[in-house]
Each structure stands twice: as structure tokens, then as C-alpha cells.
Design a protein around this ligand. Structure first.
Ligand code: ADP
Ligand code: MG
Length: 317
């Protein structure tokens, strides 16, 4: 059997079966692992890789943008738990003929993001790779004991909510790949693709509310990411496509492809969370209600109101 037949999540499941996670620790399956620190605080850990050709095109991305993005997509996983970022470790494999200015600019973007969110660079690893740039970041964060928001705690009748707009990053990537003229709208979508904003402040605010049941960040599109919440909480959901928050820029550039980009495009790094309907007025950050959690049907599926298409989200294999 080939890897593409097992799929990313089949492979992760295989790996998961080889480890036995100690009591009091949350391991594979959420945005971060959670380890006990002391009686008051817990440690959050996550890691994410960016590979040239799969995650970025060296010919298009500016090194400073790539540096920012490498830190931001990792810090986003701390935000996804409602945690506070603490530290990062940066491992890089670089072609020997890369200009040293490229590295200077990369590090400048990386540290700008780390400084903004309070995640100090504490270590890493450096090696060469003949033809591809490969970047791996590990991020550490912290949160009060028991306050981390998980994927596995959504409840039937919860409202499903998101921060920000959906699909902008994917719309920007599509504009890059299809060589669209760089209109102002296009430039704003591309900026969203190269300069994701981890929702740390929003995550911390949401973590203080008990009625926020499940939470994660959106890296592969809600069609894929919501399924993680549904599976691990053993529920299903309906999403009303007419309620998806879609920017004017996306409507202007890709009017024919809005639902596909907003549900399946990925890399928005907004927060996806489910709430007890009674706390809706206590939420002090901008957000949009897009659907409802339902009792489990056979396969934790999503019913899409407003289209017959079954959206699938981004797939790595
Ligand atoms: P995210 O999109 O939030 O970064 P992923 O979908 O990449 O999360 O991963 C889902 C879960 O699987 C996470 O808990 C992650 O730590 C775990 N995971 C992914 N790849 C591996 C691997 N190669 N070995 C062990 N755990 C993994
Ligand atoms: Mg995540």
C-alpha cells in the first residue's frame, strides 16, 4: 500500500499506536501536547514543518515573509489551545549556495513574529540539503492547569464559530499559482497567505470562558479541520454556507470559487471553536457563527447547507 492510500491521518494513527501516553499527559491528536508543569500551570508543545515546493515557492516568497510565517503557523497552535507562547526552537536545512542575505532576512521575519508574541528563540538545529529549503519549528507555551481548549470536548447543540475571514490565504495562493495580475484585492489576499496572524490574544480571551467547549486553529480548511473536532468529540455538524465570513477581496478576485476556497483552502490560521449558545453575549472578540454541532450520525459527517458539494479540505497526500 502506498502512503497516498493511507493518507496523512492514517499514517498519524499508525504512529500513534506505537506510543503509550502517560496518565496526565495529552499526546498525539490535538494542536499541542499538554504536559504537567506544576500544580498551577501546564506546558504546551507543538511542531510544524515547511518544505520548499510543498509549502512555499522560493521564487515567489520573500525570505522575511517565510521567516514570519514559519514562526506564526507554529505559534498559532499555542493560540489554538488558548495558551500563552513561551519559546521556539528553529531547525533549518539549507542549500549551500543560498545567499547569506536570504538567511538574514529569514531570521529577521522569524524574530519579528517571535518577539511580537513573546516566544523567545531558545535553540534549534542547522544542516545542509542540496536542493531544498526545509524549516521545522517547535513551539512551547503555557496555560493554567485544565484551561487548555481541546478538540475532543464539543457538545451537541453547541454553536460552531470562527474568528476572521475564511479562504483569503487560499485565494492568495491561487492568485500566485495562476499568475493573476496583482490588483490591490489580489495583493491583500497574498499578504494574508504570506503573513498569517496567529490569534494569540483571541485564544487567551476565549480560554477564560467555560462555555467555550472545543477549539483548534484552521490550517487545512474547516472541511478538514472541523472533522477533527467531530471525530474526537464523537458528534457531527451542520454548516450554513451562507454564514461563512468571506472578505470583499475574495469575492472580488474569485467570485466563482468562494465556497471551495473558504471551506477547503487552508492556511487561514483563524480559530474554530464551539460554544454553549448561552454564552454568546459574553464573547468579547469579533467572531461569526457558521453552524451547529449535532448528535453523531454514522461517520461524524458535516452537512453543508446551501450546496450539494461535499467539501473535503486540504489533503497532504
Ligand atoms: P496541526 O494541523 O494542528 O499542526 P496536524 O494535523 O499536523 O496538527 O497533526 C495532528 C496531530 O498529529 C497533532 O497532535 C500532531 O502532534 C500529531 N502528529 C502529526 N504528525 C506526527 C508524527 N509524524 N509523529 C507523531 N505525531 C504526529
Ligand atoms: Mg493546529
Amino acid at each position: 500500500m502506498k502512503l497516498k492510500d493511507i493518507g496523512e491521518f492514517g499514517l498519524i494513527e499508525k504512529i500513534k499506536q506505537t506510543t503509550s501516553i502517560p496518565d496526565g499527559v495529552i499526546g498525539i491528536g490535538d494542536d499541542c501536547a499538554i504536559l504537567p508543569q506544576d500544580t498551577l500551570m501546564e506546558t504546551l508543545v507543538s511542531t510544524d514543518m515547511l518544505v520548499e515546493g510543498s509549502h512555499f515557492l522560493r521564487s515567489d516568497v520573500k525570505p522575511k515573509q517565510l521567516g514570519w510565517k514559519s514562526a506564526a503557523v507554529n505559534i498559532s497552535d499555542i493560540a489554538a489551545m488558548g495558551g500563552k507562547p513561551l519559546a521556539t526552537f528553529l531547525s533549518i536545512a539549507l542549500p549551500p549556495d543560498l545567499e547569506s542575505e536570504w538567511i538574514d532576512d529569514f531570521i529577521s521575519g522569524y524574530s519579528e513574529c517571535c518577539t511580537k508574541y513573546g516566544a523567545t528563540l531558545l535553540g534549534g538545529d542547522t544542516t545542509s540539503c542540496e536542493d531544498k529549503i526545509c524549516i521545522n519549528v517547535t513551539v512551547l507555551g503555557t496555560c493554567p492547569v485544565g484551561s487548555a481548549k481541546l478538540r475532543s470536548t464539543a457538545k451537541v447543540s453547541d454553536l460552531i464559530c470562527v474568528t476572521g475571514n475564511l479562504g483569503d490565504s487560499a485565494g492568495g495562493l491561487k492568485a500566485i499559482l495562476e499568475h493573476r495580475p496583482r490588483t490591490e484585492d489580489c495583493k491583500r489576499l497574498i499578504e494574508r497567505h504570506y503573513h498569517p496572524v496567529p490569534r494569540v490574544v483571541e485564544g487567551l480571551k476565549l480560554s477564560k470562558l467555560e462555555g467555550i467547549h472545543a477549539m483548534m486553529d484552521i490550517s487545512d480548511g474547516i472541511a478538514s479541520d472541523l472533522r477533527h473536532i467531530l471525530k474526537s468529540s464523537n458528534v457531527s455538524a451542520e454548516i450554513d454556507l451562507s454564514k461563512l465570513p468571506i472578505s470583499d477581496e475574495l469575492k472580488a478576485v474569485w467570485p466563482e470559487d468562494l465556497y471551495n476556497l473558504a471551506t477547503s483552502g487552508g492556511e487561514d490560521y483563524e480559530l474554530l471553536f464551539t460554544i454553549d449558545p448561552s454564552i454568546i453575549s459574553s464573547i468579547s472578540i469579533p467572531f461569526t457563527v457558521i453552524g451547529t454541532i449535532l448528535p453523531n450520525n454514522d461517520n461524524n459527517t458535516i452537512q453543508w447547507i446551501g450546496s450539494d458539494t461535499v467539501f473535503m479540505g486540504f489533503r497532504h497526500f
